[in-house]
Design a protein around this ligand. Structure first.
Ligand code: C5P
Length: 223
C-alpha cells in the first residue's frame, strides 16, 4: 500500500502546537497532505497555516464555509491568497454562493500568479445519516457549478463516482475493523474507500491519538 501515501490527508485536529509539529515532522517525508480545521485554526490562526505552506506542505484548510455569498467569496479569496492546496465549502450554501466562490478563487489566484486551491464541497457530514438521493442532489450542484470535488462518506463514494466522474471524492470516516469509530457513523477501512473510488482519504484520530504516528498511518493504509 506504499503507493497510497500521497492519497492520505492527515487531519491535525489538535490544540497542542508542539504535537501538531511533531505529527507533521514524522509524516511529511511520506508525502502526505495535512488538514487544518476549526480546532487548530481557531487556536493558532492563519500565520500558523502559512508557515506550513511556506515550507512547501500541501494544506487543506477545512473551515467548511457556509454563509451569505458575499462573505463566502471574500473569505475564499483570502484562502486563495494564502496558497492552500484545498478548502471546503458547504454545498448547502447554494448555487449563487458556490459560483461566487469559484470565480473569486480563480481571479485571486490568477492575479497573484498562485496555484488555485481545490474547492471541495461538503455534502452531508459523516457523523450524520443521509440517503444516497440526498447526497446525490448536493453533489450534482457541486458538479454543475464546477467545484473540484466533494467530501463524502466512503460508503457514498461509489455512487458519486458513477454519476459524476469529474469530481474528486475525499472521504473521512476511515476506521480499521474493531477500532473506535468515535462520532463517525458511516465508516469503512481505507481499502474499501479506495475500492469505492475515493481519490483521497482523510484520517484524524486513528493516527493523531496514537503514540507512534507513522505506524498508525501504515496500519490505516493497510486496513
Ligand atoms: O478523527 P477522524 O478520522 O474522525 O477525523 C475526520 C476528519 O474529517 C475531521 O477533521 C472532521 O472534521 C473531518 N470531516 C468529517 N466529515 C465530513 C467533513 C470533514 O469527518 N463530512
Amino acid at each position: 500500500m506504499s503507493q497510497k501515501w500521497d492519497k492520505l490527508i492527515v487531519a491535525l485536529d489538535l490544540d497542542d502546537k508542539a504535537k501538531i509539529k511533531e505529527v507533521v515532522k514524522v509524516l511529511s517525508p511520506k508525502g502526505v497532505k495535512f488538514k487544518i480545521g476549526s480546532i487548530a485554526f481557531t487556536k493558532f490562526g492563519p500565520d500558523f497555516v502559512k508557515e506550513f505552506i511556506e515550507e512547501g506542505k500541501d494544506i487543506f484548510l477545512d473551515l467548511k464555509l457556509y454563509d451569505i455569498p458575499n462573505t463566502m467569496k471574500k473569505t475564499a479569496a483570502i484562502i486563495a491568497e494564502m496558497g492552500c492546496w484545498a478548502f471546503t465549502v458547504h454545498l448547502q450554501a447554494g448555487e449563487q454562493a458556490l459560483k461566487g466562490v469559484k470565480n473569486e478563487v480563480i481571479e485571486t489566484a490568477n492575479k497573484l500568479g498562485k496555484r488555485r486551491p481545490l474547492i471541495l464541497g461538503v455534502s452531508v457530514l459523516t457523523s450524520s445519516l443521509a440517503t444516497q438521493d440526498e447526497v446525490n442532489e448536493l453533489v450534482s450542484l457541486a458538479d454543475s457549478v464546477g467545484l473540484d470535488g466533494v467530501i463524502a462518506s466512503p460508503r457514498d463514494a461509489k455512487g458519486i463516482k458513477a454519476g459524476f466522474n469529474k469530481l474528486k471524492v475525499i472521504t473521512p470516516g476511515i476506521r480499521n475493523p474493531g477500532s473506535d469509530a468515535g462520532d463517525q457513523l458511516r465508516i469503512t477501512p481505507a481499502s474499501i474507500a479506495f475500492a469505492n473510488g475515493a481519490d483521497y482519504i482523510v484520517v484524524g484520530r486513528p493516527i493523531i491519538s496514537q503514540d507512534r504516528y507513522l505506524e498508525a498511518a501504515e496500519r490505516i493504509l493497510k486496513g
